[in-house]
Design a protein around this ligand. Structure first.
Ligand SMILES: Cc1ncc(COP(=O)(O)O)c(C=O)c1O
Length: 459
């Protein structure tokens, strides 16, 4: 018999039991799941794409499919996952997601869900306070770092250039995450308006070159308006010299945006606070709770020093909405970002922070910093490996005297499946990286991966 759209108590109990006990099993076994997951088959792809039937089917058969789908591919929350940017696997985050969707309150406008708006704005207030942003500051939770960077680019473009941005110039480096260029293009800015500035030997934006290029662009009649610094590049975790970028931005009248999607929440730690020096002077910062705080995918954040800049860039009201964009002193979230209807992301961050407390998250971030430092210290001692970049945060990038050995090492790591690393390319050299941001990762996981690499080196 099919399940009605309004299940009764008995049917809800049955669904609850099936789904929650399945999920509980998943959370019992995170360390048994290979970082590389299982390989998917063409049959499974075809099966999962089968259209729904008229009558529906049982939750148990659906959960079998969910499990098969969930097992396949790289598992970001596996303790051995040290590739790309690890994240997720927070049980309280899963429950928060269930509650947020379960209550399904409409957080686009404040008077529709004032309580949920208060929760979300409380989360933003906490993020603003991490960076000592002023009272006038504001922010919004978005789907991730890409949308946060896009929203910051639009805010900077609107504040500095209004509607005439054909001559505007944005300054990045070759190491800046591609979501900046993508966001700029979505914002109507051509690729030729995005200028890569060279980096120094530590892969940080060259401040002198930046200053000279801004001055010469201005001289040529262009309109430099945005410097993008990175607070932890994806490749190497490098933090730009944010204080120097902030000096240049304020002297030459540009907006400084810091992409801290990977590294931003290290601000909670003493070492992170030191590594991110200068970030507090940014005009805007992008951060990802779904990275640094392990919240389920789909939660990024952008904060700005001045709320007016988000409002100016995202203005738009229809006669069908409440006329004001404020309720009980709270701004409509839709006035601060591109979305109107949106998921209730506030609860996803708020519940785990309230439940576990800040200390638990700080400890997890500190542990990632410790593991990264330990990995670097061991890699330095291995013949055949080059370690040109000290880790600023929790990504350790290194290369091999012979790139082909590096390629063989990543194949050996992949064959092992319990740990997973991902490569990148810097100056046409093959580079391997440990990206450690998963509270489940331990010294054993790091050592196991380095053991495999050493074995490859030994031939
Ligand atoms: C530095 C940096 N910026 C932006 C992004 C994009 O974030 P998202 O994948 O949440 O859109 C990433 C993703 O890894 C990143 O590492």
């Amino acid at each position: 018999m099919s399940t009605p759209l309004e299940p009764d108590k008995r049917q809800r109990d049955e669904l609850n039991e099936a789904v929650l006990s399945y999920l509980d099993g998943w959370y019992q076994a995170p360390s048994e799941l290979d970082a590389l997951g299982t390989a998917i088959t063409a049959d499974l792809i075809a099966h999962l794409g089968t259209p729904p039937t008229e009558e529906g089917r049982s939750i148990h058969s659906i959960l079998e499919d969910i499990d098969a789908a969930g097992q396949s591919g790289i598992y970001h929350a596996s303790p051995g996952h040290m590739s790309y940017i690890p994240n997720g696997g927070l049980y309280s985050g899963a429950l928060a997601d269930l509650l947020a969707s379960g209550l399904n309150r409409y957080t686009g406008v404040a008077n529709a869900a004032p309580g949920m708006t208060a929760i979300e704005q409380g989360v933003i207030k906490w993020i603003l306070s991490l960076f000592d942003f002023p009272e006038a500051g504001a922010g919004v939770l978005l789907s991730g770092g890409s949308m946060a960077n896009f929203t910051a680019v639009v805010a900077a473009r609107t504040a500095h250039l209004g509607d005439e941005f054909g001559t505007g110039v944005i300054y990045v480096t070759d190491r800046t995450h591609h979501s900046i260029a993508k966001g700029a293009r979505l914002a109507g800015i051509r690729n030729t308006q995005i200028v890569p500035i060279g980096t120094d030997e530590d892969l940080r934006m060259d401040s002198q070159q930046l200053r000279e290029r801004i001055e010469s662009d201005r001289h040529a009649g262009l309109s430099p308006f945005l410097i993008v610094g990175s607070a932890g590049t994806t490749d190497t975790g490098t933090v730009d010299l944010l204080d120097e970028l902030a000096d240049i931005a304020s002297e030459l009248g540009l907006w400084l945006h810091v992409d801290a999607a990977y590294g931003g929440f290290f601000q909670m730690t003493t070492r992170g606070d030191a590594a991110l020096r200068g970030i507090k002077r940014a005009d805007s910062i992008a951060l990802d709770p779904h990275k640094g705080l392990s919240i389920p995918f789909g939660v990024g954040a952008v904060i700005v020093r001045d709320e007016a800049h988000l409002i100016d860039a995202n203005e738009g009201r229809g006669a069908y909405l409440v006329p004001e964009d404020m309720h009980m002193g709270m701004r409509d979230i839709s006035s601060l970002g591109p979305e109107l209807s949106r998921p209730n992301r506030g609860v996803l961050v708020w519940l785990p922070l309230q439940l576990h407390g800040l200390g638990a998250f700080r400890e997890a971030l500190d542990s990632s910093l410790d593991l990264a430092r330990g990995a670097y210290d061991r890699l330095v001692t291995i013949a055949g490996i080059e370690t040109p970049w000290q880790p600023d945060l929790s990504i350790v990038a290194f290369r091999f005297e012979d790139d082909d050995v590096g390629r063989a090492a990543i194949e050996a790591v992949r064959a092992d499946r319990t740990v997973h690393l991902s490569p990148t390319n810097i100056d046409d050299r093959f580079v391997l990286r440990f990206a450690i941001l998963n509270r489940r990762s331990t010294q054993d996981h790091v050592d196991h991966a380095i053991d495999i690499i050493e074995k490859t080196l030994a031939g």
